[in-house]
Design a protein around this ligand. Structure first.
Ligand SMILES: [Zn+2]
Length: 484
């Protein structure tokens, strides 16, 4: 059997797909091989065997290609771990040129065997001792089904204190040991939250619903606590806030303040449990802000390669005779649901028509493209012939303003959008920052709560009137931009 199925010492699982006619033995072998590949991890020896980007060799991070700072060239993809070593030490300069600092820090703690003949070896990452077991392989299979954590990997590119990044990574993996999590792992524990003694303690409770965390968020008193923060789905709340580039209090990136606040909430929660007579500081917000500002002073000022400055960005009306179509897409990670929205306004900032659309399931780029497509159709049908289109999705705008790659998964919707743009009218698409696309963003978010399909609004829906008024008054939001 070995001679028939396993040639050259292994099964090339990535290159082979099962056909309907293949034997059940072969199918079984491939299934098993794929299952096992989920748990295989390299342990670095001299780094000569391990592909730096495509093999899994860092615990819990997966393939490093997901974290690369730029697009990898063909030569880079062939790189081995040993290419990042000099004299048995990590080449930090080279690592820092291709990976975010937090990942470099993680690599740096891996010890390189001083004996350069020490070979790389394969270990099993799903058990504590690195030994293979059938049950852990099957466990990984079922975990993998819903475990698409790659989508959170962007946090490694955020500028955050490293300990906050690691804390977030554990939190996003659902691995923080709340009382409910402890109980689920068979550790006998009181499920009730130690801070408020009111509800069971799960992550949503600790970070958002507990009266203690509410007090902390209120004390910081910023955008994080406004709007739908308490009714949003847990994952969406994390996603929206970790993606936020809005500057709070004039100079603090929204995602930084959010992440550091989560970290402090957890720190204080643990101190409450483990330090007798611990009590929450009177002004928790002040402590968090001081921490953030100190960290910014120590870190961002030293970043001399890029000079950044505060820019204030507001929506602007189109010139006389034109209308402006703002569109946006929205993606909710917990269900993978997508929606989009858009609004058409004239040079007097008057609302002409708006829409929101619930598109079911998809990815974020699809949501953005649906917003543009639906908006273009609406503008054409409504008889406007001079239309400026604005989207805050750089990817969507790039796709629409360049030749479409033939094998692109979204080829059809891209081509249909282009066909609309090229109709007999004046129509152009440009990218704008999120800060000037707030009404479209609010409509896109509203789309999630509507029935599947498109809803049109002749007047602004009440839920988004605050946003609409902000644009009417010309209100601007700060954004940190690289100055040229
Ligand atoms: Zn509580």
């Amino acid at each position: 059997m070995k001679a028939k199925y396993i040639r050259g010492g292994g099964i090339p699982i990535h290159d082979i797909s099962t056909s309907n006619t293949c034997s059940s033995t072969w199918r079984g072998l491939l299934y098993g091989a794929k299952l096992i590949s989920n748990g295989i991890q390299w342990r670095v020896g001299n780094g000569l065997k391990i592909f730096f980007w495509s093999d899994v060799w860092l615990p819990s991070l997966g393939k490093l290609q997901n974290f690369a700072l730029g697009t990898l060239s063909e030569d880079q993809i062939k790189e081995k771990v040993s290419d990042y070593l000099i004299n048995n030490e990590w080449n930090l300069q080279k690592l820092a040129s291709v990976l975010p600092g937090s990942v470099v820090n993680r690599i740096f703690c891996i010890h390189i065997a001083s004996n350069s003949s020490s070979e790389d070896s394969v270990i099993w990452s799903l058990s504590k001792n690195g030994n293979f077991s059938v049950s852990s392989a099957y466990g990984s299979h079922f975990k993998m089904e819903d475990d698409d954590l790659w989508k959170w990997s962007f946090i490694w590119n955020l500028k955050l204190p490293p300990r906050v990044t690691f804390f977030l990574w554990i939190l996003l993996h659902g691995k923080l040991l709340t009382n409910r999590h402890r109980a689920a792992r068979g550790i006998a524990v009181d499920l009730i939250c130690d801070s408020c003694r009111v509800s069971e303690e799960d992550m949503d409770h600790v970070f958002r619903k507990c009266s203690v965390s509410c007090k902390i968020w209120e004390d910081i008193c910023n955008d994080i606590t406004k709007n739908s923060s308490y009714t949003m789905e847990w994952n969406s709340w994390l996603w929206d806030n970790l993606k936020s580039n809005t500057l709070l209090l004039g100079c603090i990136p929204g995602h930084l303040l959010f992440a550091v606040t989560l970290w402090f909430i957890w720190k204080w929660r643990c101190e409450k449990i483990f330090i007798p007579k611990f009590s929450l500081p009177d002004c928790p917000g002040m402590i968090i802000l001081k921490f953030v500002k100190d960290w910014l002073d120590a870190n961002l000022s030293g970043d001399s390669s890029i000079v950044k400055k505060n820019c204030f960005i507001a929506w602007s009306p189109p010139p006389l005779g034109w209308v402006k179509l703002n569109t946006d897409g929205s993606w909710r990670p917990e269900f993978g649901s997508i929606s989009a929205g858009g609004v058409i306004r004239n040079n007097e900032k008057a609302w002409l028509v708006g829409f929101a659309l619930n598109k079911g399931m998809g990815n974020v780029l699809e949501a953005e493209l649906w917003g543009i497509f639906e908006g273009l159709k609406l503008a054409w049908r409504a008889g406007f012939r001079k239309v400026l289109v604005e989207s805050d999705s750089q990817s969507a705008v790039l796709l629409l303003t360049n030749p479409t790659p033939t094998h692109h998964p979204l080829f059809n919707i891209v081509e249909d959008c282009k066909m609309l743009v090229e109709k007999n009218w004046s129509c152009s698409i440009q990218h704008v920052f999120r800060e000037s696309n707030r009404v479209a963003d609010a409509l896109a978010n509203l789309g999630h709560s509507l029935n599947l399909g498109t809803t049109f609004f002749d007047v602004p829906p009440a839920q988004i009137s605050a946003c609409v008024n902000e644009d009417l008054s010309g209100s601007a939001l700060a954004r940190l931009l690289a100055s040229v």
